[in-house]
Design a protein around this ligand. Structure first.
Ligand code: ADP
Length: 232
């Protein structure tokens, strides 16, 4: 059957450990926050520092929460899915956020693409991460182009292209490193998770970028077995 419920044991052990650690960090954080708030209420010349401490504590809490979401062992459901549908629903999901940032998402997708073998939610999560990064990379607005095409007999390519700030060449190798971020409110977890998901799908993801010109993310995913009509 095409439907397979896969639970990766290796991931779930690491995940459980990470979730456990994340959970243990939260309790002392809550208590720290309480005491800092108490000091702040007393009010003295250190008030400005208390504010910084509180916002840094909130940041640790946010990162830990993100981590809990990622680390939570999940059952993954691989199914044949139509690339166009997956992409269009993801784009629809992000459209209002794009509009708010003056960004237009356009797309061109080949007809009659064979379905990809994937966990729809995970692939959507990857696309959302990539699109969010592209929106962030164009603070003055602009265009993002999404393309889907037949890469080879057994592969589909999904390409995201933005015309944003780009990434300096020497930083490209750091993409996907946990906590590597250049954003004030970033976590540096999006690409790490994305790479991991694509790996689990036996696909690849490649990022090319030129500073001040833009960034292209090319993802290659295997076609669902038994549903791959020959190339014309
Ligand atoms: P976050 O978005 O939380 O920073 P990511 O792992 O998604 O975490 O991205 C890591 C970093 O990679 C970003 O902070 C940014 O510097 C860089 N980056 C990713 N995508 C793009 C892009 N399309 N344009 C410019 N920089 C990008």
């Amino acid at each position: 059957s095409e439907e397979m419920l896969i639970k990766s044991e290796k991931l779930s052990i690491v995940g459980q450990l990470a979730a456990g650690v994340a959970h243990e960090i939260r309790n002392p954080l809550t208590s720290l926050k309480g005491f800092v708030q108490l000091l702040q209420m007393k009010g003295n010349e250190f008030n400005h520092y208390y504010e910084i401490m509180l916002s840094e504590l909130d940041r640790i809490n946010f990162i830990v929460s993100e981590f809990l979401v990622i680390a939570k062992p999940q059952a993954v459901l691989f199914q044949p899915k139509d690339v166009k549908e997956v992409l269009n629903s993801t784009i629809a999901l992000l459209n209002s956020q794009a509009l708010l940032n003056n960004v237009e998402i356009s797309s061109s997708m080949e007809d009659n693409l064979p379905p990809i073998h994937c966990d729809e939610n995970q692939i959507k999560q990857v696309c959302i991460n990539i699109l969010n990064n592209s929106i962030d990379a164009m603070p003055g607005g602009g265009e993002i182009h999404v393309e889907a095409l037949r890469q080879s007999e057994h592969e589909i390519a999904i390409i995201f292209k933005d015309f944003g700030v780009g990434i300096p060449e020497e930083r490209l190798p750091r993409l996907g490193e946990p906590f590597y971020t250049t954003k004030e409110k970033g976590t540096g977890l999006g690409l790490m998770v994305s790479y991991r998901i694509i790996e689990n799908h036996h696909g690849t993801m490649e990022i090319q970028s030129k500073i001040n010109q833009g960034t292209t993310v090319k993802m290659i995913l295997p076609v669902s077995k038994g549903s791959s009509p020959p190339l014309q």
